[in-house]
Structures are given as C-alpha cells and as structure tokens.
Design a protein around this ligand. Sequence first.
Ligand SMILES: Cc1ncc(COP(=O)(O)O)c(C=O)c1O
Length: 389
Amino acid sequence: LEDLPVVSLAADAAHDCHPADLATGQPTTLAAVDTPALLIDLDQVEANIQAMQALATQHGLRLRPHVKTSKSAEIARLQCAAGAVGICCAKLSEAEVMVEGGLDDIVITSPVVAPVKQRRLAALATRARLAVAVDHPQTVLGLAAAAGAFGVRVGIYVELDVGQARTGVSDPDELAELAALVVRQPQLRLDGMQAYNGSVQFIVDTDARRAAVDAVATRIRAARAACAARGVLLPLVSGGGTGSADFDVLAGAIDELQAGSYVCMDGQYAGIDWPQGVPPFGLALTVLATVISTPTPTRAVLDSGWKTLSVDAGPPVALDVPGARFRFGGDEHGVLEFDDPALRPPLGSVVRLRPAHVDTTVNLHDSALALRGGRVSHRLRIGARGCVR
Ligand SMILES: Cc1ncc(COP(=O)(O)O)c(C=O)c1O
C-alpha cells in the first residue's frame, strides 16, 4: 500500500466528498489516505464488465446490469459503453440519480405503489426511457393514471415469482391476466416479464445451482405459455444474477441478464463454487482501515465497524494480513485477533478488508477512491448512496 501513488484527489474532492475529507489535504500515498475509505479498482471493474458482457453477448442475451451494487453513475456509464442495453435500479430515487448522471434506459426492479411515487416516476419518464416491475392490477392502474397525467408512456415488466417468495405473481395465469391488463392501458408499454430469483444465487454447489436455475426456467416457460394462450406477446424475459448467469445463458428462458454484483464481487460470491473453478470476476472493491489501537500483543483494533462495513452477510476478511480473524467491535471499531503476536500489524498501519456483501457496504459511503493503473486517480462519487426511497 505504501508504494501506491495518489494523484489529483483534491480536484474532484471539492464536488464529491465530505469537507472532512478535504481537511487531510492531498495525500501522496494510499497509506496516507484518511480512512475508513472505499477503494475501487477500476481496471478490475472494467475486466469484470467485459467478462459479463462477453458471456451475455456470446449467448445472444442482452445485459442490463443492476446498479444497486455500485450505486455510481460513472460505473453504470462504463457498463453501457461496453454494450449493456441500459441499467436496472432497485428504487425510484436510485433511478433519479442515474438519470442525472446521464443514464437514459432504466428498469426499476421493485414495484412503485404509492400514488405520490407513481407521479414522480412518470415525471422521470419525461427524461429517460423508464420501465418498472409490477405485480398487482392496482399498481398497473395507478401507473397508467400517473403516466397519463404527465403525457408519457411508462414501460412495465410484469413480475413472476420464480421461487424467492418475495415480490411477483406466482400463478402463470394470473401473470398472463396482469400482462393483458397492461396491454389494455394506452399509457403503458408491456416491455417484458421480470423473473429474478435471489435465493438461487448463493447455492454453493454448481450442480445444485444449475438445477435451481433449470427450475426457474420451467416456471418462466409456464408463464410464457400462459401469456401466449391469452394472445399476449411478451417482448422479453429479464432476470438472473451473478451466481446464476453461467446457467441462465444456457437454460434459454431469459433474454436479458440483470446481474449486478459481478462488477465488484464480495465475500459471499467468493464463497460459492464456480463452473470454471475460480470466479470469472475479480474482487474490485475493498475497504481501507487503519489500526488505531494495539492494546494487547494479539489484538489490533481498526477504525471500521458497523458504520463502515455491512453486517448482513457476516464479517469482512482482512486481505494480506495472515492469521487475522476479524470481529466487529461496534459502530466504529473492528477487531483483528491473532494467535501469533508476530503477525499483528503495527499501530497506524493501513489494511484492506474484503466486505462480505458489497451492495450494503457501498451504501454506507459517499465516495470511493478510484484506482487506475496502480494509482489512485480520482474520487468516485457514490451518488445513489442512501437512495432507498
Ligand atoms: C431484481 C434483481 N435483479 C438482479 C439482481 C442482481 O443480482 P446479483 O447482485 O446477485 O448479480 C438483484 C440483486 O439483488 C435483484 O434484486
């Protein structure tokens, strides 16, 4: 870390980060950067983007990456420049940030139900091609009214529950009925069906994961058939994630991949088996933390706790620190424990942590240090951080 030069951080910092970041002035090496800090290796991000785009293209699928992972318009633009047809956003407020950042083709993958939000969505549709997942007739009619009020057409992805038991209609005939209702609304455009199964993504064993993807494909085909039987044309089916993508492209049931985490990867995705033996995507995001206390020979305390690293998927892993076991020590502390005192890093040293879950960790940070060609090139804005509305 000590050897990595830092360039031009101050220039962008004026726009993108908290004043406290500026107080430390221009650091000359990464080890001198104020921590905790996210570090995003943009070379690795681009390699990951190329790998997922190649997988989709090779099998004739469109890629519509989910930007809930990076929450960054800069990274979303890289994904579109590499061939993605557009992006997915989890929430309307995330989509608003992305439109501000120049993204113009967005699918919101969670239902937008409140009338006030439906009007906001219709307003945003005056500025970008927008679609939204829907799983209830009431939502269809509400969106039609809002779109009518703004004189726009809003795209709809009718959502099928393919096994996650989250949102989505589970009965194929009900799904077809919903799609038919959409077609009858002149203010709406039936863009496709969303069929995402998050519970498949982290099945460790590749054969079991493949079988689960095949079960998803069977449910999609039943819903497609129900739509056809009603004379409803479904332009496409959208779904899939980082863990299922290898099998989604072979199962032949989806036309558009919604994968998101591949762009940065994390501990959860490092923990599953991959058909190629190793993940085709590399770790691009880490958290830099400083050892702020060494109270015993076998303990080093870091400045990074629950407010820096998400806890939903477990503790992070300290990279390049052999023998370290991480445990959370509260909001602002992380504790590294060692059996061998000789392995404990010294007070003041900076360590890199691999988060267990990248999406929820990114959401805790306003900006990240962007690494390019082994140099910190600029501060990357996490513009949609905290955009949960
Ligand atoms: C609707 C939807 N599509 C796609 C994804 C992307 O999945 P992953 O991050 O596993 O690639 C998610 C993840 O939460 C999702 O909720």
